[in-house]
Ligand binder design. Sequence first.
Ligand SMILES: NC(=O)c1ccc[n+]([C@@H]2O[C@H](COP(=O)([O-])OP(=O)(O)OC[C@H]3O[C@@H](n4cnc5c(N)ncnc54)[C@H](OP(=O)(O)O)[C@@H]3O)[C@@H](O)[C@H]2O)c1
Length: 338
Amino acid sequence: MKKVVLVTGASGYLGGRLCHALLDQGYSVKAFVRKTSDLSALPDGGGAFQIAYGDVTDYTSLLQAFSGCHVIFHAAALVEPWIPDPSRFCSVNVGGLKNVLKAYKEEAANTIEKIVYTSSFFALGSTDGYIADENQVHSAKYFSTEYEKSKAIADKIAMEAAAEGVPIVPVYPGVIYGRGKVTTGNIVALMLVERFNGRLPGYMGQENGFSFSHVDDVAQGHIAAMEKGRPGERYLLTGENASFKNVFDLAAIITQTAKPRFRIPLFLIEVYGWLSVLVSRITGKLPFISPPTVDVLRHQWAYSCEKAKVELDYNPRSLKEGLLEVLPWLKSLGLIKY
Ligand SMILES: NC(=O)c1ccc[n+]([C@@H]2O[C@H](COP(=O)([O-])OP(=O)(O)OC[C@H]3O[C@@H](n4cnc5c(N)ncnc54)[C@H](OP(=O)(O)O)[C@@H]3O)[C@@H](O)[C@H]2O)c1
């Protein structure tokens, strides 16, 4: 019998692709979603796919959903660079993991064999001037965003749980891109939409600023972490270390359109960010650019995924290969024209 796996954050960008990948590989999937979640990117319920309603801040709903599951993928998180009430990052991203661990302890004697926890490169901290691996521990002295802080705190909790014997495997994706739901988490798609609609005229950020991970490689990395990952071992599921300049240049080559001709100074983007936050406080609509985003752009976030390649057979595609798929997909959705 194939394992029953539960995916928190199933209605999100990564979670949706992960559910599809798990179903394709014959697993029975329980999608843990909120009553308010948009389920349009998920299959219809029935057969090997079930829906469990709850909230990661509601322990009882997690405990009920864990019943009968063999593996928990904890991918749910509040993924935003800025929100008006920053305390929500702690309640969802830290409190959610604590509830998962508590529910595991309650349910462990029964069926659960492993928890695969979706951390983030942010949990390890920036890498100004070098490329980091899994040995990097966040200095916790400075955080560009409250999101980064919450993921770093949650990472510590995950590692402490592993030291106590909880079979948890934390995985650390880079900047995830590729087809899937266009949420804030799908930042490359959002940037390309801005760029191709004339709202982002220049380059932003550092050389080798980020590590770009294709969403389907990350989903596959999660499944490999379930099958082969050693509890308490961290695995970076990153990809090509590149910049948003590389993304825009490759996009221009692929679509045979013009490259940006200049770099936008970060202080200008920051001014725009402050204004956007002001507007957001009036309209209630979250800003695309905020000062914390600009602070992220001031740093380098470059990582090596050698360990995952060796132990998990993680095989990330190049940025060019990924973008060759992303651009026609965005075009087919009518989000960009070229
Ligand atoms: N995107 C990236 O570049 C990136 C990079 C590294 C790591 N990650 C990590 O990958 C994971 C998935 O990110 P994503 O990009 O897929 O984000 P996303 O599209 O925003 O999805 C987040 C998911 O979490 C769910 N969620 C939020 N609050 C919840 C709550 N209180 N209870 C239950 N579910 C809740 C959301 O549900 P609703 O649909 O109801 O809102 C959604 O399904 C996160 O852990 C994130 O930290 C992402």
